[in-house]
Unconditional design. Sequence first.
Length: 397
Amino acid sequence: MSFPIRQHALLRGGRGGRVFSVSFGDTASVIGVREDAARGMVADVATGSGRVRNDFDRIPIFERPIFNATWDRAARQWIRLTPLGAEGFSWSPVEPYREVVYRCRPFWYKLDMSGSAAPLWVSVSETPRAGYTLAPMFRDGERCVYRPVFEMSVGEDGLPHSRAGALPKLAKQGDLMAAAHSYDSAARLESIKDWFSDMLLLLVEFATWSPGVLMSGNTGTELLKTGTAAMAVTASAGTPAADSACIWRGKENPWKNACSCLCDILIRRVTQDTGFSATVHYLPDISHYDGTVNAHYRHVAPYVLQTSSYIGVGGFAMGEGFLYPATAVTDGVAAKSYAYLNAPNDTDSPIAVGVGGSSIHYLLPTDLLPSPFHWEGMQLDAWRSDYLGARLVLDEA
């Protein structure tokens, strides 16, 4: 269901719109300083059904309410929206093509990329303003978009869903894309621009590169069923218990549990005399996806890693409208993230990227703090790539 903001006064920024910012001037720290309208705001996370203070709950661009919605494949729209708490809402709907989704309201952002440990400053705005760019998960500044609450699972009907009570599906990138297409030929997985847009709000809300300190997510070695956090936590962000699943603003397990595969990113591996090189490539039109770095991909930049290992990421660079890990940790710079490149085969098979880390078949060391900013690259013909998770995304026409 298209949801034009102009027609809904309750969703307007009002009063010219506000700007919420965080600065990371101390590169030796992962903790930022809130600025502008975010100055003095508090963002606590809950355990179980506990109540906490989170001042961002009253900011429309952060709210992200949860609904049941039915996907109309002919019209390519979400219809018959039932909000959480209303009569008829279900965490596990059984009606065909009825899912659990959350609504995202357009916002605009600005970054300071002048430092070697960039970004040094992140700012989001409720309304358009000079120097700010629309967050890339949105087609325009008028319409909201909907995203799945849960990691993708497969139901008794053989189709993928965003519903509670199931184990997330793990598979290779190509198999995950095929599963999404079985639901709708234009369906996809989470994109780099979805991830980047969430990253902006996460950084501003929690003012840290290590939100895993606030809620670790599933640090066990077994996948948890969908709904573990969403059905237990009543606050906008929290976890049922320590080391369990977590939820942030409608998105269950934004880190840990199943590692979310990005559908529009592949890393090209090229064998060289002294090893191999790796470069990030981006696919603007996902309809051209075929599991190879084909002519429709755009070269972004060399990947931060050139060997089969993990490395602390001290900073990110900007390319094709999103951030990617680009700077290894150096003296005086804290690790903002970790990047992993698993390319054990002596082939030039492409490398898929998952974000957020996983709770099964660890790729990153277990002693690293969980984070939505981790990138984990797995060669498509390697056995580890069988353990990528996904999110089922349907874009309205």
